[in-house]
Design a protein around this ligand. Structure first.
Ligand code: G3P
Ligand code: MG
Length: 267
């Protein structure tokens, strides 16, 4: 495997600090403006210069990978029921845009493949693996996601994260080159550090309210980048940038751009 191979084993520094700011990550796409986790939201995030797009992946009943946040359909579609219990064909019949605004009527639940096709030529992706079924289903989701990205030779442009250790362990088993982010909700962080070390993770993804300068320092000492979720106020973006975080996830990629502009403006 050559050093230029995009599927070469993940380097702990490959998610490292950005010169003059932080990685601008659109959370569920430009989700403050568009229906979350849709191609419309991803296109808008790209227009707003997001450098990475975070989205949520789930496995369908027939083994396909789709982009959707909630376990159930009611909040962000015109359907009802549990996502993982339905087939891809049934899910694709639903409208996932009109709940937000009539102008998004007709948006379909994106497949992973469609998302990779749209985003990867222009931005990186953070694929959050969401699984609530069996251990085996969690493993199948991770294997399918890593496999799809590897098939495009794009493992160096994607970070796989999950609250579920089974998913990130399976991502690592699927490929030495998978870049893994440890998604963490609340202190203590001891188990996060252990998991990161065991899996050779590249990043810690902490909830914004848990982030302190000491946490950022410790992550960096451990060779981990820090990608924080979900930060929507400009003042918080500037404060967290001051702590030295490496990436911020926001529903407002336009504000991320504004924060970086202010940080790089001459005093
Ligand atoms: O990946 C960061 C963040 O999206 C985790 O929480 O519920 O918004 O998917 P959630
Ligand atoms: Mg998410």
């Amino acid at each position: 495997m050559s050093a230029a191979d995009p599927n070469a084993p993940a380097s702990p520094t490959s998610g490292g600090p950005q010169a003059g700011g932080f990685l601008r990550i659109a959370h569920r796409g430009a989700s403050a403006e568009c229906p979350e986790n849709t191609l419309a939201a991803f296109r808008r995030a790209l227009e707003l210069d997001a450098q990475m797009i975070e989205c949520d992946l789930q496995l369908t009943a027939d083994g396909h990978v789709v982009v959707f946040h909630d376990w159930t359909l009611e909040r962000t579609s015109n359907g009802s029921g549990v996502v993982r219990e339905l087939t891809l064909a049934a899910l694709r019949r639903l409208d996932v845009g009109a709940w937000r605004d009539r102008r998004y009527a007709g948006e379909r639940m994106p497949t992973l493949e469609e998302t990779l096709e749209l985003v990867l030529p222009r931005a990186q992706l953070n694929l959050e693996l969401k699984s609530r079924g069996s251990r085996e289903a969690a493993q199948r989701l991770a294997q399918a996601a890593v496999g799809a990205v590897a098939a495009r030779g794009a493992l160096d442009r994607v970070v796989f994260s999950s609250f579920d250790p089974v998913c990130v362990e399976a991502a690592r088993s699927a490929s030495d080159a998978a870049r893994i982010g440890i998604l963490w909700d609340a202190p203590p962080f001891d188990r996060a550090w252990q998991l990161a070390a065991a899996l050779g993770a590249v990043a810690l993804h902490p909830r914004a309210s848990t982030v302190t300068p000491a946490l950022v320092r410790e992550a960096h000492e451990r060779g981990l980048a820090v990608y924080v979720w979900t930060v929507n106020a400009l003042a918080d973006m500037l404060r967290l940038a001051g702590y030295g975080v490496d990436g911020l996830m926001s529903d407002h990629p336009d504000r991320l751009r504004e924060a970086v502009r202010r940080l790089s403006a001459p005093a």
